[in-house]
Design a protein around this ligand. Structure first.
Ligand SMILES: Cc1ncc(COP(=O)(O)O)c(C=O)c1O
Length: 405
């Protein structure tokens, strides 16, 4: 058998990112049966950790097996019935993903949009709630495609007052900034594993409150073969089986409904990743992201690069820079990877050849990595003949920042 050879990388994309070696180590443990009491106690502990990560008391805080969109899809397919109106504010690609998920379950999407690189004022979103009167507001917190942080702190309350359910994609911001779910009165929030939490992709922590739970349970159906009562469900039962949150509630509770076969290894990874992050502290982790973001931004500006987008609403876990004239965007990224083992990302749609996205997420957000990144990145830019690039100035700016900050 030939051995897998995985090259060494410094991943500076908006995910997936490198994981803490303690997470990899946890994943090398033996498999446990999913109903083994030693495993179910890890499940219970993981629920407690997820609650802490979202600063919530929500009983219903558990992971979905699958990548982050599995979390989004489980929430949308459980709450949205055919014909339900859903308001989706769109500030980039992942807003469109919400719209797509709603359409696929027969919901009627109403969108409001703003120019790329900007965010929507909350008052405008609340106005749209009054005009559309939707069942659900589905909104992205950190729009990784444009690097914008959409303000959402007023929206949960506004939705609640109007009898609307608020659903938030916090995939990219989760554990990179504080998301106080209870304080912001959000009904359902989806986090992400492979970004600021720095756990491999394939498991997605979510949380939802009792109000949301009551709503989805009117659509409950337990599959035949494991059903224990003969209750007939409404015509509009949740159509997805895998992403049916009500069956998953029965699995992630003492009922231990035999729904799917849990990926025990991924639960070990999530459990360990959460412990590492919570040991650091939600606020401290958020501050760490902000601190390095500020330093790297200064260095990129010292290089003469233009930072993309509305400066007042930047995500601290991704910096978008405009690609300088004369540089072939993809080829540059490829060379950065081949020569230095460093990966950065492009973007999507009309931003595809306009910006690079430099991720600052979770475990890898460390001084040494950022110094290494700026050295290689600026050197390669100057080798490509980009005018005015001064690698020494960029590096010195960053060193000075770290010395003074
Ligand atoms: C904001 C946001 N939402 C959703 C997703 C989808 O996540 P996944 O690719 O893990 O399914 C991503 C992935 O990059 C994202 O950045």
């Amino acid at each position: 058998m030939s051995e897998l050879k995985i090259p060494k990388r410094l991943i500076m994309t908006p995910g997936p990112v490198s994981v803490d070696p303690r997470v990899s180590q946890a994943m090398s443990n033996s498999i446990l049966g999913q109903f083994d009491p030693d495993f179910t106690s890890i499940m219970d502990e993981t629920m407690t950790l997820i609650r802490k990560s979202f600063l919530t008391k929500n009983q219903w805080s558990f992971p979905i097996d699958g990548t982050s969109r599995a979390g989004l899809e489980s929430v949308i397919s459980s709450i949205v019935e055919p014909g339900d109106r859903v308001l989706v504010p769109i500030i980039g690609r992942f807003g469109h993903l919400f719209a797509e998920l709603v359409q696929r379950v027969g919901g009627i999407v109403h969108t409001i949009e703003c120019p790329l690189g900007e965010v929507l004022p909350q008052e405008e979103i609340i106005k749209a709630l009054d005009m559309v009167n939707p069942k659900v507001l589905a909104i992205v917190h950190g729009e990784t495609s444009t690097g914008r942080l959409q303000p959402i702190d007023q929206l949960g309350k506004a939705c609640k007052e109007r009898g609307i359910y608020s659903v938030v994609d916090a995939v990219a911001t989760y554990m990179g900034t504080t998301i106080p779910v209870d304080e912001w009165e959000l009904d359902a929030v989806i986090g992400g594993a492979q970004k600021c939490l720095s756990v491999p992709s394939g498991i997605t922590p979510i949380t939802f409150n009792d109000r949301f739970s009551e709503a989805i349970n009117t659509r409950k159906r337990v599959e035949e073969g494991i059903r224990t009562d003969e209750k007939t469900e409404r015509e509009t039962f949740i159509k997805s089986n895998y992403f049916d949150l009500t069956q998953l509630q029965d699995y992630w509770s003492p009922k231990r409904l035999n729904h799917h076969t849990e990926s025990t290894v991924m639960v070990y990874a999530l459990n360990t990743g959460l412990k590492i992050a919570l040991d650091e502290g939600v606020e401290q982790r958020s501050a760490r992201h902000e601190y390095h973001h500020k330093g790297l931004k200064k260095a990129l500006e010292a290089l003469g690069l233009k930072i993309y987008g509305d400066k007042d609403h930047e995500m601290k876990m991704v910096i978008c820079v405009e690609i300088p004239d004369g540089v072939e965007a993809n080829q540059f990224r490829q060379e950065l990877l081949e020569q230095f083992g460093i990966e950065i990302a492009g973007s999507f749609g009309e931003l595809k050849d306009a910006i690079w996205r430099i991720g600052l997420m979770g475990y890898g957000v460390q001084k040494q990595n950022i110094l290494t990144f700026i050295s290689a990145f600026s050197l390669l830019l100057s080798q490509q003949g980009v005018k005015g690039i001064d690698p020494t100035k960029a590096l010195n700016t960053l060193i000075k920042y770290y010395e003074q900050a």
